[in-house]
Ligand binder design. Structure first.
Ligand SMILES: *[C@@H]1O[C@H](CO)[C@@H](O)[C@H](O)[C@H]1NC(C)=O
Ligand SMILES: *[C@@H]1O[C@H](CO)[C@@H](O)[C@H](O)[C@H]1NC(C)=O
Ligand SMILES: *[C@@H]1O[C@H](CO)[C@@H](O)[C@H](O)[C@H]1NC(C)=O
Ligand SMILES: *[C@@H]1O[C@H](CO)[C@@H](O)[C@H](O)[C@H]1NC(C)=O
Length: 695
């Protein structure tokens, strides 16, 4: 009895403690959790992260795509929103926005979407039907944790199961919608369903409401001109549990993409609220969008602004003249610290303000310097708050006119997204300096890991000796090589136009947190070519990775990239640089050494001794043969990067060709020379085939 009494007495106090804890938790999480905002225009929206073609127009409209083909743009709120409550359930939320789609031709594309995603950067995102949200490599994976409401204006039957060319869909981890309906709204008497043309060049309001407790998602649209309130009956009402889709903290925003078909996609206003109803948008104050597409944009505005300032001064008192002068002086001073933009720079997306980059790197302080190479210094930088770490490459160039072409190219390369390519986030030009902002790669470069000497570029004078550093396993090496190969296939064949990397080498292969390979600096060599004196042809590349025909044609091609990749295959397998000055004064050539070993039937002798024999012999042999194939002195005889991938993946069987062991006439004498027992250092000064500078 007594026992029972005490437990009864204790119960209320335990309940109180629980209540207190619950209140405490609610209070603590509340500050970061509940998002409640309204952008009636994006004029003051400094807290949006934009990328790609996304831009806030002067009118205050948020432009996601600019009417050009093959672009994509994202706009995310730069702070994440808590989307899973303490009970592990997806929180209720409601959002409302007004969009406007203006087709470029008679039929535009491809649509826009409201997106909830685990990061502001959507890895592997593609244009066209993927709307910049997912891509062929990520579509359909539950690990995406992506939720989107798509407003799709192109019928993509193949693989996407689209309803029609004008529909609204609910997408979970895939662009194949879970639910989709032709765009329409119900009149309030619930009887009539009225079709809405998404590409109407008129503002359309959309509401997305999710009830986390009941697991119900409603999507409603209506032309902004017709209806100021939400139609009672939603277009889509679906039972969905988003608790497994959402992560605790998610980024919310918009994505849009164009392709062969193009539209300008705009968001005019946006409100959002978690755990409650989103605030109403004031439809009478919506920003304007340019319609139809503006003719070549005039640059007269700054001048007319100055005239407007100056006019009252002429008419007015000495005092106002003095004010103007003070103003002018102040503006000058400000200009010295701030941007000086040439006309052409304004129209390129991805441009970062100089002062942001200056701040991110603590004024390009030495403490932030993480690398220094042939192309310039690399700084670690932190943008907007602590979470966004980037690598900023500063290149000094007097490329002049070449800079303009180069930036055009860089701006277009900024759209390249592939898991094996380092993402170029943007750029900034200041005087002679070009600043390129890349995603930060925590594990540094392959070169540094293989040879443990920090970020060195170009040829080394020091003696080559294998250093003791963390040795990559064979499996890691193969994974890295495959990654680089995928990245190159993408640049060569899968992107919108052929991109020749021009400088494939170990120091340009960076390693992500998962030790996956990311190829960096693509297109950079171009700057030096653009900027080169037109009289003397300037060859860019790195000795040892440069194909022999470069000496004759100076023209980089996909085949010269394959050659460089061949050098990388051998380098990573053998743990030796492609060429290096040896202690004896001679130059060693890795290709010759591998041929030499192969010729004597002892291929595996060439393998990095630091692997201590722990590797799959078949794989290693395949990679060595492939390295030799890619190193063929005749470009036509090299495989394409696509074939290289097929071989590496085992989709195609490589037929070893013994003539590869002999292919370089320069070396035949050597090959019959020293027996295999010779050490590396004595293994030949036979590098003519890959040292174009010698010719
Ligand atoms: C965005 O920033 C403005 C001012 O900087 C602030 O008033 C507003 O609350 C912010 N909005 C969000 C959603 O963080
Ligand atoms: C597309 O729709 C068809 C028939 O409605 C269905 O059998 C198929 O599984 C769907 N495809 C996908 C990828 O959902
Ligand atoms: C719908 O969503 C679930 C995730 O909740 C997903 O697993 C499923 O494949 C989706 N169905 C279709 C037809 O896309
Ligand atoms: C969704 O719509 C239905 C009516 O079709 C309504 O009963 C329900 O309350 C709505 N839920 C939300 C979260 O708006």
């Amino acid at each position: 009895m007594a026992k029972k009494n005490t437990s009864v007495a204790l119960a209320p106090s335990i309940a109180l403690i629980h209540l207190a804890m619950l209140l405490f938790l609610v209070c603590c999480t509340d500050s970061s959790s509940v998002a409640d905002f309204l952008f009636n225009s994006f004029e003051q929206a400094s807290n949006l992260s934009l990328d790609g073609s996304a831009l806030v127009l002067r009118s205050g409209a948020l432009q996601l795509t600019d009417g050009n083909n093959n672009v994509m743009g994202h706009a995310f709120l730069d702070t994440p929103v808590r989307m899973v409550g303490i009970n592990k359930m997806a929180v209720s939320f409601s959002t409302c926005f007004v969009f406007d789609i203006v087709a470029t031709g008679t039929g535009g594309g491809y649509g826009l979407a409201f997106v909830v995603a685990p990061s502001k950067v959507l890895p592997g995102a593609s244009r066209e039907d993927y709307l910049g949200i997912l891509g062929p490599s990520t579509n359909g994976r539950s690990s995406n944790h992506v939720f989107a409401i798509e407003f799709d204006t192109v019928l993509s039957v193949q693989g996407f199961n689209d309803t029609n060319y004008n529909h609204v869909g609910v997408d979970i981890n895939s662009l194949v919608s879970n639910v989709s309906e032709p765009a329409a709204y119900y009149t309030d008497d619930d009887k009539k369903k009225v079709a809405v043309k998404l590409e109407s060049a008129q503002p359309i309001q959309a509401w997305v409401d999710y009830d986390g407790g009941a697991h119900v998602l409603n999507v409603t649209i209506a032309p902004a001109a017709l209806s100021t309130h939400k139609p009672h009956r939603p277009l889509i009402s679906a039972r969905l549990d988003l608790s497994t889709v959402f992560r605790e903290s998610m980024y919310i925003g918009f994505s849009s993409a164009t392709g062969k078909l193009a539209s300008s996609h705009y968001i005019l206003a946006w409100s959002f609220r978690s755990e409650g109803a989103a605030q109403d948008i004031d439809l009478s104050r919506l920003p304007d969008v340019p319609k139809p597409r503006p003719p070549a944009r005039g640059r007269s505005t700054p001048r007319s602004a100055i005239i407007r300032i100056a006019a009252p001064a002429c008419a007015g008192t000495l005092f106002s003249m003095a004010m103007v002068m003070v103003g002018v002086l102040w503006l000058r001073r400000k200009a010295a610290l701030a941007e000086t933009l040439e006309d052409w720079e304004v129209n390129h997306p991805h441009r970062f303000p100089y002062k942001d980059l200056h701040r991110a790197t603590k004024g390009f302080s030495d403490s932030q310097l993480i690398g220094q190479g042939g192309f310039g210094q690399v700084y670690k930088g932190v943008l907007h708050g602590a979470s966004d770490v980037v690598a900023i490459k500063r290149i000094s160039s007097n490329a002049g006119q070449g800079m303009r072409e180069f930036v055009a190219e860089i701006a277009s390369l900024g759209r390249v997204r592939h898991r094996n390519l380092v993402e170029l986030r943007g750029w900034c030009k200041r005087g002679q300096d070009l600043l390129l902002v890349y995603e930060f790669m925590p594990n540094g470069s392959l070169d540094a890991i293989l040879f443990g000497k920090g970020t060195r570029e170009r040829e080394e004078e020091e003696e080559e000796a294998p250093t003791t550093t963390t040795t990559l396993t064979w499996a890691q090496r193969l994974h890295i090589l495959k990654g680089v190969a995928f990245g190159l296939v993408y640049l060569h064949e899968e992107w919108e136009h052929v991109v020749v990397h021009r400088d494939v080498k170990a120091s340009n292969v960076l390693l992500g947190a998962d030790m996956g390979a990311r190829l960096g600096d693509f297109g950079l060599a171009r700057l030096y070519e653009h900027g080169a004196d037109p009289v003397t042809t300037h060859v860019v590349g790195t000795i040892g990775y440069m194909a022999p025909e470069m000496a004759v044609t100076s023209r980089p091609t996909t085949a010269t990239d394959v050659f460089a990749f061949g050098a990388l295959l051998l380098e990573v397998t053998c743990g030796r640089r492609p060429t290096s000055a040896g202690g004896g004064g001679g130059t060693h050539n890795l290709v010759s050494w591998v041929r030499h070993c192969g010729f004597h039937g002892q291929f595996l002798r060439a393998v990095d001794p630091r692997l201590h024999g722990s590797y799959d012999e078949e794989e290693v042999t395949l990679v060595l043969w492939l390295g030799l194939m890619c190193s063929h002195s005749i470009p036509e005889a090299r495989p394409s990067m696509r074939q290289v991938c097929n071989y590496l993946n085992g989709d195609e069987t490589l037929q070893p060709d013994d003539s590869l062991l002999l292919s370089s006439t320069d070396h035949s004498a050597q090959l019959f020379g020293p027996p295999i027992s010779m050490t590396w250092t004595s293994c030949g000064s036979m590098s003519a085939d890959s040292l174009p500078s010698g010719r």
